[in-house]
Design a protein around this ligand. Structure first.
Ligand code: SAH
Length: 277
């Protein structure tokens, strides 16, 4: 593939070897780049955020369509490659931020478009959710399947709830591992994130996510038993946990079967019980 040769040469020139630790698998299939850009539906007035641009494989295609692109890259060596590419191409509307995308402040943006390193997928979705903006992301296929899973399915998990609280995620296309260099051990998927018009009515967002995390640590238990098992997360003793377990809604339903609204009902009930002294 032509792109593989180009990217290899760019990195070799600087003696850079792709690091598995920071998820450096570069997209080298032009068709996948084109599909991702098409799905992103970038408008000329939009400011796009990209996380982990690497050598800029999708960056320059985004830059051609958007008002501006803010890119956050953690690896200084790759940031240098990208900077050189920007100069070579005379691209003026790309702004490079060197840093960790989970820690750096995100500039104001209209849309996130990125092939993100898979290690930070959950963290990115959490931050994206809070921003309320839409996104097109290339994610690990198994991870993408968790986002669209339904109650009772094996892939249904904490991250399903986290993503669906903020978005309607849609898998628009599967991407073979052969589209990347070096080739990873897993396939990928292009996923579109449509922000929900209204979010579930939770009394306290942080508390809701805490309950979801605690319950999904025990997916096969009933909701009541899961709460009891996770009582330390709430800093309550056995006696208090027993009392809550006895009165909470949906206590007999297995955690893996709990729907979004079930979880909202449980969390809101617990919030009332735990904050009212
Ligand atoms: N988007 C490019 C590169 C994908 S590889 C492409 O499609 O080819 C993932 C990139 O994310 C690498 O450039 C890696 O250095 C960068 N990266 C890894 N962890 C990061 C983090 N926490 N914040 C920002 N960038 C990160």
């Amino acid at each position: 593939m032509r792109m593989t040769t180009e990217i290899r040469a760019l990195l070799a020139k600087r003696g850079i070897r792709p690091s598995k630790k920071v998820g450096q698998n570069f997209l080298v299939d032009e068709k996948v780049v084109a599909r991702e850009i098409e799905e992103a539906e970038i408008k000329p007035h939009e400011n796009v955020l990209e996380i982990g641009p690497g050598p800029g494989t999708i960056t320059f295609d985004i830059a051609k369509r958007a008002k501006a692109v803010y890119v956050i890259e953690k690896d200084k060596r790759l940031a240098a490659v990208l900077k050189e590419e920007m100069e070579k191409r005379g691209t003026k509307n790309v702004e490079l931020i060197i840093g960790d995308a989970l820690k750096a402040k995100w500039p104001p943006f209209d849309k996130l478009v990125a092939n993100i390193p898979y290690q930070i997928s959950s963290g990115v979705i959490e931050r994206l959710g809070k921003s309320g903006k839409p996104a097109v992301l290339v994610l690990q296929k198994e991870f993408a399947e968790r986002l669209v899973a339904e109650p009772g399915e094996p892939a249904y998990s904490r991250i399903t709830i986290l993503a669906r609280y903020f978005f309607t995620p849609v898998i628009v296309e599967l991407v073979s591992r052969a589209a990347f260099w070096p080739q990873p051990e897993v396939d990928s998927a292009i996923v579109k994130f449509y922000p929900r018009k209204t979010r579930p009515e939770v009394f306290d967002e942080a508390f809701f996510f805490k309950v979801v995390k605690a319950l999904f640590s025990h997916p096969n238990k009933t909701a009541g038993n899961a709460l009891y098992a996770a009582r330390r997360d709430f800093e309550i003793g056995k006696e208090k946990a027993d009392e809550l377990k006895g009165g909470m809604p949906l206590r007999e339903k297995r955690v893996f079967n709990l729907e979004m609204q079930d979880l909202v009902d449980i969390a809101n009930w617990l919030f009332e019980k735990m904050t009212k002294k």
